[in-house]
Design a binder for this molecule. Sequence first.
Ligand code: FMN
Length: 178
Amino acid sequence: MTSVLILYMSRGGHTARIARRLCEHIDDAGGRAEMMDLVEAEHEGVDWSRYDVVALGAPVLYGKYDKSVIEFVTRHRTQLEAKPNSFFNVSVVARVPEKSTVAGNRYMQKFLQLSPWRPRDLKVIAGKVDYPAWPWLDRFMIRLIMRMTNGPTDTTAVIDYTNWDDVRAYGTHLLTLR
Ligand SMILES: Cc1cc2nc3c(=O)[nH]c(=O)nc-3n(C[C@H](O)[C@H](O)[C@H](O)COP(=O)(O)O)c2cc1C
């Protein structure tokens, strides 16, 4: 049975939800999956020998990745590259079809510039707009960004742009990585 570790960083919980769904889909498809956030992985350690495939996901926050993400992939590059591996990013800009591909998503290109880890597989996933859940400064800043990029500006909006069928397909795909 193929066993998959989904490592993730999540600020607002949506990437965590994606990781959880991936685990469910992998289990449904006959694999075995576990999820672990980067804080646990860094502080408690990872028993890499338990997994056949490793995926790591992170949201785009103000055009960047949380520094814990780049620190983790820098520190654990060798372990990540030792088995089939994949990186997925989560961003609202990926709601736009031409920005939902690896080539068209500049945040994916940015990750590849910043990360010494060279993932064998890459995936772009659209995230969630959740104005009511965001602190006022984030709400204000993201509204400005959305205004410039023709996104939603209604500060009561909660919009889940994630294509959950595609998340299912990605979960199954992870089981096929060699
Ligand atoms: C503070 C903040 C900054 C964000 N900046 C961007 C951004 O620059 N580009 C983008 O496409 N999405 C941006 N987003 C949207 C997030 O990538 C999206 O909400 C994602 O689902 C968040 O995942 P999380 O809940 O796991 O943290 C931002 C969200 C927040 C809260």
